[in-house]
Design a protein around this ligand. Structure first.
Ligand code: TYD
Length: 211
């Protein structure tokens, strides 16, 4: 079994990658993730699209619990996000990667580091450690963060969920956390100006992953 934080063995012809879109609420990452998936498919790749929280039967139930419940204790929130993520890695992402499919994810455990670790103040290192333990080495190869002014991003939200209703200061903390992650992990996390057009963002993303 690979050590926490390491990738498992990949076959020599397996050039696929696990790509993720990240950002605060209303930054447009779902649209970019969908467009990126379509472009990769048009290039002839098998693409598996996933979203967090969700992406499995268990994960969709957890999504309802964590986003729609009136009250969720902060550490319960961390554990629910980590639980749905462990299930997604086991049931969908590891098998997809093993057969050489590309995975495009709308959010990953980097959201937990930013939202729960930083904005809720639970500690980024501890939240990272919990998630990396649960993921058993299935970590995203590249994380693309859409950076948008939270005041503008929140205006785009039609029906914010429980976490989206935390307000602008919370989203400012989330944004700062993502910016710091891009600074401290430049090999994995790339910050992109989320005000750019979707096509432009997708081209930039593809430019960084194509040889
Ligand atoms: P998402 O469905 O991506 O919502 P949006 O499209 O509005 O950004 O995510 C739902 C909410 O859950 C969002 O407020 C971010 C939050 N979230 C966390 O707080 N921690 C996590 O680990 C994840 C995956 C999401």
């Amino acid at each position: 079994m690979p050590a926490v934080g390491e990738k498992g063995p990949r076959s020599e012809q397996d050039l696929s990658e696990y790509l993720a879109l990240e950002g605060g609420d209303g930054t447009g990452k779902s649209t970019v993730a969908e467009g990126l998936g379509s472009r990769l498919e048009a290039m002839g790749h098998e693409v598996v699209m996933v979203r967090e929280p969700g992406g499995t039967e268990l994960g969709e139930v957890v999504r309802g619990l964590v986003l729609d419940s009136d009250s969720v204790a902060p550490w319960a929130e961390v554990m629910l996000f980590a639980a749905q993520r462990a299930q997604l890695a086991e049931e969908v992402i590891r098998p997809a990667m093993a057969r050489g499919a590309w995975v495009v994810s709308d959010r990953t455990y980097y959201s937990s580091i930013a939202y729960q670790g930083r904005a809720r103040g639970l500690g980024e290192d501890l939240v990272r450690q919990i998630n990396e333990t649960a993921l058993r080495g299935t970590l995203p190869d590249r994380v693309f963060v859409l950076d948008v002014d939270p005041a503008l991003a929140l205006e785009r939200q039609h029906r914010p969920d429980r976490i989206g209703r935390e307000g602008v200061d919370f989203q400012v903390a989330v944004r700062e956390a993502f910016r710091d992650l891009a600074r401290t992990e430049p090999d994995r996390v790339l910050l992109l100006d989320g005000m750019r057009s979707v096509d432009d963002l997708i081209s930039t993303i593809l430019g960084t992953i194509e040889p």
